[in-house]
Design a protein around this ligand. Structure first.
Ligand code: HEM
Ligand SMILES: *[C@@H]1O[C@H](CO)[C@@H](O)[C@H](O)[C@H]1NC(C)=O
Ligand SMILES: *[C@@H]1O[C@H](CO)[C@@H](O)[C@H](O)[C@H]1NC(C)=O
Ligand SMILES: *[C@@H]1O[C@H](CO)[C@@H](O)[C@H](O)[C@H]1NC(C)=O
Ligand SMILES: *[C@@H]1O[C@H](CO)[C@@H](O)[C@H](O)[C@H]1NC(C)=O
Ligand SMILES: *[C@@H]1O[C@H](CO)[C@@H](O)[C@H](O)[C@H]1NC(C)=O
Ligand SMILES: *[C@@H]1O[C@H](CO)[C@@H](O)[C@H](O)[C@H]1NC(C)=O
Ligand SMILES: *[C@@H]1O[C@H](CO)[C@@H](O)[C@H](O)[C@H]1NC(C)=O
Ligand SMILES: *[C@@H]1O[C@H](CO)[C@@H](O)[C@H](O)[C@H]1NC(C)=O
Length: 544
């Protein structure tokens, strides 16, 4: 299956689409990057596109436009015959090609780099960049499916260029999986933002001054995902230099837009029709992936989602247990009002027995404890807990209780009958972990060292290993490559509260790996997963 189209999805039974979310989910991190743009516990993917327009610090730069162009150039080399290419981030390796002129591609990945991890690869982030850009520019929302796999080398060439003729372009789009109508639509949807830059195409703009850009649309319209590119074209007065350029050989939009005698463009003059067609073809663009990739269902805003921030022994020989419950509220959510909700947890000890004392939560003051997605389209409220658990009794899972204040009713969320699982056999001792970078005057790079401490139940002896996602730089490519580095933990000889303490002490890490993640395995089992290392930089390893 090369692409998942909306048509095939519609044929699936409803139950499959609405499959209940079970925590922890495979795509939790991508859902966070997608949903939490502003407010409490934000991930801030939106920061590069806080405004849709220009003014992004560099003259002539419009990130939303660059991100969409980058995604198209990545997809444009898809070949329906071989099933190779598509959105796989191979564009990272292809920036020296004539067909990929300009700094847009490196700039895009420069932004994505802050969010790049083993759970959020370059290709999925590029798809999110398109979803976000359309939302930031007031276009219709498109679904985000995930599961793309990043290419490890350059792919096939063949991105369309303006001097090529209509037959060539039609053939190229056909290879990408887009027929003539869809070709016209996709180009019109793409060329509603941004423009042609003198630095890249001086033969089109006839002006190579720094930051020069000839917008595809007059006025402020280039900063709106709208159909002005269509209506200007039909009116015969357009600022689009791929239509009205002086050298007709380079007027590729003119040839494409009129390829069917303007029939498609005339339909796209209807605002709503334009938006729904763009929704469709832009979705198809980001979901065009190599044939062996199976994409997820569209990510949905999860209604109730917990986060464990700390599960670690403290110096009182109890287990610190803290985290958040995130509840979606408002339009489209199960719960209409954040202010009408409160939450508490109940939990089971290590043996599975209910603990009678509930864990209370409070709504944080910071940002009123609320967060929103792109364009405020999703709203969430957080409830924070922090408690200590008896280390002998331990914890194996919890339930979330949500009370609607006005009615006094309490619903119990049990993670679709699974309880929300907590594994306390291995505890990641965050406060006893740290990393440090020192400038090496010989190499002029930063050499790093990381120390990770873990506590393991004394009755659960097996090999304890850290699986560190080392980020290895690739010359000329913005995103590094992840390489799993397995490091054995060594017993420190210290024991407390039924746990033995272990350390990976002073493991050397390269300067690209300051912000990455690791897992901890005990024997054959993953005991702790996807620990982000960013917070460890500069933190001292505290004594326990
Ligand atoms: C025959 C097909 C196409 C050709 C020949 C073409 C050509 C061009 C050219 C020459 C530019 C100017 C780039 C620069 O100066 O930086 C441009 C910009 C752009 N293109 Fe296309 N394009 C095509 C299709 C598409 C498609 C299908 C999309 C997306 C769906 C797209 C999205 C964009 C965007 C967003 C920009 C503005 C970039 C910016 O302002 O930084 N293009 N295109
Ligand atoms: C392209 O495909 C769409 C449906 O996928 C169809 O409605 C349209 O008529 C096709 N256009 C051409 C030129 O075949
Ligand atoms: C800009 O164009 C002028 C005139 O063609 C040329 O002399 C100059 O080298 C160009 N500058 C750049 C940065 O390309
Ligand atoms: C074309 O449209 C622009 C923007 O609406 C306007 O400023 C300009 O005067 C128009 N030019 C012609 C020749 O009508
Ligand atoms: C128009 O563009 C084509 C393709 O780049 C080029 O070969 C040709 O010389 C250009 N014509 C003029 C008059 O500049
Ligand atoms: C399509 O629209 C353009 C712009 O109005 C016009 O110049 C051209 O003649 C039209 N083509 C056809 C085949 O109607
Ligand atoms: C240890 O317990 C005391 C008394 O309950 C409490 O005040 C203190 O904050 C606890 N320390 C830690 C590290 O939890
Ligand atoms: C444990 O608590 C959950 C909900 O808090 C409840 O559904 C379950 O019946 C309880 N189990 C026992 C054995 O009391
Ligand atoms: C600096 O880097 C060089 C080359 O990797 C290495 O041999 C040397 O030990 C480093 N210096 C220090 C002070 O770590």
């Amino acid at each position: 299956m090369k692409t998942v189209t909306l048509a095939t999805l519609a044929a699936l039974p409803h139950t499959l689409l609405a499959a209940d979310y079970v925590w922890p989910g495979e795509h939790d991190h991508m859902e966070d990057l997608y949903m939490l743009q502003s407010g409490f516990s934000r991930f801030g993917f939106i920061d590069g596109i806080l405004t849709c327009g220009f003014n992004q610090g560099v003259p002539g730069r419009q990130n939303a436009a660059e991100w969409i162009r980058t995604a198209y150039h990545d997809m444009a080399t898809y070949d329906t015959d071989t099933g190779l290419g598509g959105i796989d981030a191979s564009i990272m390796f292809e920036t020296n090609r004539e067909e990929n002129k300009g700094t847009a591609f490196d700039n895009t990945f420069g932004h994505l780099a802050s969010f790049y991890s083993v759970k959020s690869g370059g290709a999925d982030l590029l798809a999110l960049a398109v979803v976000g850009s359309m939302a930031a520019c007031n276009g219709y929302e498109i679904p985000l499916r995930v599961g793309r796999v990043d290419a490890t080398e350059a792919g096939q060439a063949g991105v369309p260029e303006p001097q090529q003729d209509l037959a060539t372009h039609t053939e190229k789009f056909k290879k990408q999986g887009f027929n003539q109508t869809e070709m016209i639509e996709l180009v019109a949807c793409g060329h509603t933002l941004g423009g042609v830059h003198g630095a890249n195409f001086p033969e089109i703009t006839h002006d190579n001054t720094t930051g020069q850009v000839s917008h595809f649309e007059y006025g402020d319209s280039n900063a709106e995902f709208d159909n002005t590119v269509v209506t200007e074209y039909l009116s015969g007065n357009t600022s689009n230099l791929l239509v009205a350029g002086t050298n007709d050989t380079l007027n590729s939009d003119k040839r494409i837009f009129s390829a069917d005698g303007n029939a498609t463009m005339e339909k796209l003059a209807d605002t709503k029709y334009f938006q729904t067609r763009c929704q469709d073809v832009m979705t198809k663009m980001i979901d065009t992936v190599p044939k062996d990739i199976v994409l997820s269902e569209p990510l949905k805003a999860i209604e109730v989602k917990p986060y464990i921030n700390l599960l670690a022994l403290n110096s009182n020989s109890t287990i610190d247990f803290s985290g958040y419950v995130r509840v979606r509220y408002g339009k489209g959510a199960v719960h209409p009002s954040a202010d009408d909700l409160s939450a508490f947890l109940t939990y089971k000890d290590r043996s599975g027995k209910n603990v009678t004392e509930p864990i209370t939560t409070t709504r944080p003051n910071w940002q009123s404890g609320t967060a929103t997605g792109f364009g405020g389209g999703y709203s969430f409220v957080f409830f924070e807990w922090t408690t200590q658990i008896d280390a002998d009794a331990g914890i194996s899972g919890f339930h979330i209780h949500l009370t609607t204040t006005s009615t006094g009713t309490t619903e119990v969320y049990d993670n679709v009958g699974n309880t929300y699982p907590v594994k306390d056999t291995v505890l990641y001792q965050m406060k006893q972990s740290c990393s440090l970078y020192v400038l090496n005057s010989t190499t002029n790079a930063y050499d790093g060292q990381m120390t990770i401490t873990a506590a393991v139940r004394s009755d659960s002896v097996a090999d304890l290993n850290m699986h560190f996602a080392s980020k290895v730089a690739r010359p000329g490519v913005i995103l590094g490559r992840f390489e799993t580095q397995v490091e054995p933990f060594v017993a420190t000889g210290k024991s407390m509260a039924g746990y033995d303490l272990y350390k990976v002490d002073g493991m050397p890490i390269n300067s690209d790996s300051g912000s990455t993640s690791f897992d901890i395995s005990l024997g054959d089992e993953m005991a702790v997963e996807f620990v982000r290392t960013t917070a460890l930089t500069g933190q001292e390893c505290a004594e326990l």
